[in-house]
Design a protein around this ligand. Sequence first.
Ligand code: G6P
Length: 473
Amino acid sequence: MSAHTDRAGAKADVVVVSNRLPVDRSDPEDEWRRSPGGLVAALEPVLQSTGGAWVGWPGQPDAEVAPFRFDGMELVPVALSAEDIELYYEGFSNDTVWPLYHDVISPPAFHREWWDAYVRVNERFARAAASVAAPDATVWVQDYQLQLVPQLLRELRPDVVIGYFHHIPFPAYGIYAQLPWRRQVLSGLLGADVIGFQRVADAGNFARAVRRQLGYETKAGAIRVPTEDGGVRTAVAKAYPISIDAAAYDELARRPDVQARAREIRASLGDPATVLFGVDRLDYTKGIGHRLKAYGELLADDRLDVEDVTLVQVASPSRERVAAYMQLRDEIELTVGRINGDHDTVGHTAIRYLHHSYPREEMVALYLAADVMLVTALRDGMNLVAKEYVASRVDGRGVLVLSEFTGAADELTQAIRVNPHDIEGLKDAIMTAIEMPEDEQRRRMRALRRRVRDHDVADWSRSFLGDLDSVTR
Ligand code: G6P
């Protein structure tokens, strides 16, 4: 293995393929910086120790960047033109697959031109992965932007073992069946030896779609896939719930400067009795509007008083050129303005709305400052914010209100569960959270913290890669 590790352009024994590279820079003149997020944290050590490579888009249009070394990994950029970004990324990935797989919360658009671009770009990623993988390498493909890569790669490189992990939900058959290219996408995914999902239900939905559309036999997640030479091979569809680097959050939350910052945040809000907190990418799947509606009604009904409570809502900018996201931003900002206009006093605000992203230190300070965390997604593959909140509560206090439509709800059973469509139920849950006695907060938080600590993102990647390792080549 080590023979492959020491220079740019070498072949890699382990290759990760994802839409975005794990680094970022806002300007071609700038230095590359490591992107935040658990996936990078989990996979970096694996790639460093195996001389691995990561294939992905560098995040800018038309960036023809040569492969380069970064933090002990070989990074292999795949260029996307402005047109590819519009048709493959904003179009098919984020205006067809994303809304379809999130239970059509927003109507998916089906355009043949977008599909053609998706095929073309997936071929480009597959070629890049094929050219960097060493003989018999392990290649791990990530997420819905690259569903065709497993089969395309298998055709180019039958010697490699292929894993695919789907970070978002896989919908029920009746919804999936709307996709005009439903058979091609299933065949693309079935090119992998192991196909990982967040929840058991997602793996079940996938197996059902395979049975109904392709007629293949499936048994307890093992799918019998016919091969070109008339044989059969087995692909495994199974749940691997993703997590976070829990120890890193715990460690940050114990730092005196981070705790001081948490106190400063509360003071700057006027030291209200209760701080409610929401943080999401500004996405229609997150149920931000439902959360604001419930909160606004609690203020209007005088069940809450703006002198005693503030909602801090961080909405980080996302996919800003896709029409559904522009419309969502307008709706949310109108709602925030109305609620604040109706309820603010000169000294107190109902909602402190922040359309920014923040570094991890500041996020942890915000988690520590929040008495109640509101996760009200209408559909979410996992929702790592819920896990980050729990991992940050080293003081054992705080209440998590968690939508049952998140993958995290399968694991975080000590949270207050909500159906965000039920506004009355959501209002009651927020009140229960605000009024929860400290001993009950501690009891629930202890169980939640144990779960997140014992199932972190390193376990996730270990268990997935372990299953890939046992695939016979
Ligand atoms: C979700 C997806 C990821 C994606 C991220 C940010 O978590 O599962 O694949 O990278 O959103 O979205 P973006 O479109 O900015 O990459």
